[in-house]
Design a protein around this ligand. Structure first.
Ligand SMILES: CC(C)(COP(=O)(O)OP(=O)(O)OC[C@H]1O[C@@H](n2cnc3c(N)ncnc32)[C@H](O)[C@@H]1OP(=O)(O)O)[C@@H](O)C(=O)NCCC(=O)NCCS
Length: 176
């Protein structure tokens, strides 16, 4: 699919339905399985709990089913974060392999950032494997700065995590 057509059809939204969470969790798991090199790091029930949790924010990027997309899962990207007090923490972000490098993750983050500002969040934090160049590139492009390192934070394989933070400026009307 051409990039401009994809941009026209792509729908970025915060999942807020309270019914059907089991069905949605299944779809999110399938999308994550198509985006991570070694399969989804979360089971279906992790997605289910994120959908149910009051302080979670789940953002999806989806496309309408078309003949061109065939059996491709309708949800092509997802982002899961949690909001506590004035801080947000990113748990997971992934884009279906077929749809990478089309600014989908960037747009999901833009959506999250607007939502965070509306909810008076002042910082977004995340951890990322030191070897994950694509994710680090994405976070840097969004303005995240490196604020620390957690030694041997990850297992299989053991690896350090870089801690990154994006400080948010609240909207002017909220600052007055
Ligand atoms: C990281 C990931 C979510 C990026 O998604 P994406 O939709 O392909 O990224 P975008 O197209 O929005 O990229 C935005 C910017 O990020 C950076 N970027 C994205 N992919 C990159 C790559 N492979 N290498 C270096 N920089 C990259 C670039 O600066 C890019 O801007 P550009 O388009 O002007 O070059 C995707 O690669 C992915 O799903 N990886 C597997 C899951 C994962 O590791 N998640 C993070 C840990 S939970």
């Amino acid at each position: 699919m051409k990039l401009d057509r994809l941009n026209e059809q792509l729908k970025i939204e915060r999942v807020s339905h309270l019914i059907n969470n089991e069905e949605v969790a299944k779809l999110l798991y399938q999308t994550a399985s198509k985006g991570f090199k070694n399969g989804s790091p979360w089971e279906e029930n992790h997605f289910f709990h994120s959908l149910e949790a009051k302080n979670s924010v789940v953002i999806t990027a989806s496309l309408p089913r078309t003949e061109e997309l065939g059996q491709t899962n309708q949800i092509v990207g997802l982002l899961v974060a949690s909001l506590v007090s004035t801080e947000a923490e990113i748990y997971l972000v992934v884009v279906d392999e077929t749809f990478k490098k089309r600014r989908i993750a960037f747009r999901m983050f833009e959506h999250l950032i607007s939502y965070c500002k509306e909810n008076e969040i002042t910082s977004i934090f995340l951890e990322v494997r030191v070897s994950n160049e694509a994710a680090i590139g994405l976070y840097q492009a969004l303005g995240f700065l490196r604020v620390g390192v957690r030694k041997a934070y990850y297992s299989s394989p053991i690896e350090d995590a870089i801690v990154m933070e994006l400080k948010l400026q609240l909207n002017e009307e909220k600052q007055e």
